[in-house]
Design a protein around this ligand. Structure first.
Ligand SMILES: [Zn+2]
Ligand SMILES: [Zn+2]
Length: 447
């Protein structure tokens, strides 16, 4: 039987795996300048971390999560022995903020009076959604969380950092849209939710069943409904920005002022409500203007001042974002295709440039192969990417291989070269050949 990767998953072949590592590295290097430190949390957590942290009225937790049960646990369930205790139920993480919040409380990473702590992470997340372009069931996110700061300058700093990240990747600013909104807080949001609930029930005849069903549990989700008729109706729904309390209004206005001062262009979008229950006040999303189709969100995030309490910590303000690796890849690929077609756009690209072998050592006999083996080790120790033949190919076939792997040089070793301590060096771009003393080889190969 020939196996294939499960639906909604894919293999990161070298070009994509290299791009993921590059994008991850760009993020970690940049975020480090803003005081972020790396963190890794488990790929699976107790189910309750997500049901409490994210909220089970969300699709992410209510419908799309992958539960994990050991073979032993499954056997017990199938045998009808014991219903699994909630504390034994595990789930693959659908996002990482809840895990980071859990870790913060578990390790007391933010004792009273401490400075803010900032984390950056990158890894795979899991959601059972309908697979489509740019949307997978196992997908990769790069994210950042800033904990301990309630001030609007923290919100603005996080948003500026996110936009700088996209610039560092080579996505031109004019190809992106930064959407901003405030979701209010415990003072002003309950009344707003009630307004939206009443609005939904008043329009129940023209809204989809899902939106009506959510009126009581999660009415704000109706703003995200994919149905066009729902979108048309929700366009006239009450707007949170009209009913923010004075504190939320002041916070929101200050965030906008900081962004103005930083020269960051944004669009206010009163219908932007991030899908997860834990957000308070500032929320934001970055969309690609072209190239991604319906899945145009590159990433987004917001403030979650109540989340840490959910995990038993002291009230701790925080905010963060996550960006989708697959979405970024699509945006960069669209830019590449545009350039290949003669488009004028700048940017994109560098993350796809797989490193090439600098020199391929071609050998004419076994004695030369022995010498090449040792030379290859010396060159690699000197930092130069080297490949050689390990299959006993003919010289002609070795040259073809060197061409195929796009080696910049081929070094030919035969009896004469061995006797003279030289190597015949061919520049594969110019086809020029020169006899080079082995002691000068490293110098010749450094780009
Ligand atoms: Zn709907
Ligand atoms: Zn408020």
């Amino acid at each position: 039987m020939a196996f294939k990767a499960p639906p909604g998953t894919y293999d990161l072949l070298p070009e994509q795996a290299y791009a993921f590592n590059s994008i991850r590295q760009i993020a970690f290097d940049l975020f480090e300048r803003y005081g972020y430190q790396p963190i890794e949390t488990p790929t699976f957590e107790h189910l309750e971390v997500f049901t409490h942290g994210i909220g089970d009225a969300t699709d992410v937790v209510g419908k799309e999560m992958y539960l994990a049960l050991s073979q032993r646990g499954l056997s017990a369930v199938l045998a009808g022995d014991v219903p699994p205790r909630t504390s034994e139920m595990l789930a693959l993480r659908p996002e990482q903020t809840a895990g980071v919040a859990r870790a913060l409380v578990q390790h007391n990473l933010l004792p009273p009076g401490a400075a803010t702590v900032k984390f950056v992470y990158a890894g795979a997340m899991f959601r059972h959604e309908r697979p489509q372009k740019g949307r997978y069931r196992e997908f990769r996110q790069i994210g950042a969380e800033c904990l301990g700061a309630a001030e609007p300058s923290a919100d603005a700093e996080v948003i500026v950092m996110l936009m700088r990240f996209f610039s560092a990747l080579g996505i031109p600013r004019e190809r992106m849209r930064l959407l901003l909104n405030s979701m209010g807080d415990d003072v002003c949001r309950p009344a707003y939710r009630a307004q939206v609930r009443d609005y939904i029930l008043a329009h129940a005849d023209v809204l989809c069943a899902d939106c009506v069903r959510r009126a009581d549990t999660n009415p704000l989700r109706a703003f995200d409904c994919k149905s066009e008729s729902c979108q048309a109706v929700m366009a006239d729904a009450p707007r949170i920005t009209d009913v923010l309390c004075a504190d939320c209004r002041g916070h929101y206005d200050a965030v906008l002022a900081y962004l103005d001062a930083a020269g960051i262009a944004y669009e206010e979008d009163p219908r932007l409500v991030r899908g997860l229950d834990y957000y308070t006040r500032t929320v934001f999303e970055v969309q690609a203007i072209q190239g991604l189709g319906a899945q145009n969100a590159l990433g987004g995030g917001g403030r979650y001042d109540r989340l840490i309490e959910v995990f038993g910590g002291k009230p701790t303000p925080g905010l963060g974002f996550a960006v989708g690796f697959e979405r970024i890849l699509l945006a960069l690929q669209a830019l590449e295709e545009e350039k290949a077609a003669g488009g004028e756009c700048e940017g994109g690209g560098a993350v796809f440039a797989l490193p090439r072998v600098r020199i391929f050592l071609a050998t004419v006999d076994d004695q030369a192969r022995q010498a090449a083996f040792e030379l290859a080790l010396d060159l690699r120790d000197a930092g130069i990417p080297v490949e050689m033949d390990h299959q006993g190919r003919s010289l002609k076939s070795q040259f073809r291989l060197a061409d195929k792997i796009q080696a910049a040089f081929v070094g030919i070793l035969g009896p004469d070269e061995l006797a003279d301590k030289t190597i015949r060096l061919r520049d594969m771009a110019t086809r020029e050949e020169a006899l080079v003393a082995l002691e000068n080889l490293v110098e010749r190969l450094v780009p």
